[in-house]
Write a protein that binds this ligand. Sequence first.
Ligand SMILES: Nc1nc2c(ncn2[C@@H]2O[C@H](COP(=O)(O)OP(=O)(O)OP(=O)(O)O)[C@@H](O)[C@H]2O)c(=O)[nH]1
Ligand SMILES: [Mg+2]
Length: 199
Amino acid sequence: MSSIFAKPCQFIAGAASIESLPPIGQPEIAFIGRSNAGKSSLINALIGQKSLVRTSKHPGHTQQLNFFLLGERLMLVDMPGYGFAKVSKQKKGEWDGLIRHYLCGRPTLRRACVLVDARRGVLPVDEEFMELLDEAAVSFQIVLTKADTLKPQELSNILQSVNKTIESHPAAHPLAVATSALTGLGMETLHEQLAPFAA
Ligand SMILES: Nc1nc2c(ncn2[C@@H]2O[C@H](COP(=O)(O)OP(=O)(O)OP(=O)(O)O)[C@@H](O)[C@H]2O)c(=O)[nH]1
Ligand SMILES: [Mg+2]
């Protein structure tokens, strides 16, 4: 495991509104994606812990922006899922508004990881957020999650199609990475790509 990801990681703050966002500090990496895409699980897998970040099989579990400080030098930000139909319209609006505000206005945000469930592929709501990231000039990377649930050929097909999507997004990292929080697939690649953002 590359050094920063082997360092202690601690919960720093949770923010359910723009007013309660923690002050600007260390460089930040945000993990965004649809509800249930595997954001919280991926952060646990990246830091080699089972349950620092709470996960659930029920979509809509993470309900605020949660800030985790890694090795005192890099903030990992777990976000609520976007576009979740089963929460009230008002809640959905609040979450999407908070996510948008954070993504477009956070000077310490270095990279957004856009998580896409490999079984579902890129959906219109993912495209919407990728366009927002393009406009805000926030560099992002598509991370396919739950790769363990697909056969190798299926995974290769979805990777190919996602890499096509990337071509139309100027802020996107040129290659998507396939991951599994269960098997650890892709963690080394993400460690290598994200570690340089640490202060
Ligand atoms: N098979 C498999 N299941 C996974 C993987 N990652 C996450 N899951 C499962 O997917 C479900 C959702 O995981 P979470 O990490 O809570 O997803 P989330 O994106 O944080 O969800 P919200 O907070 O509700 O937006 C849980 O049941 C996880 O066990 C994976 O790599 N493989
Ligand atoms: Mg979550």
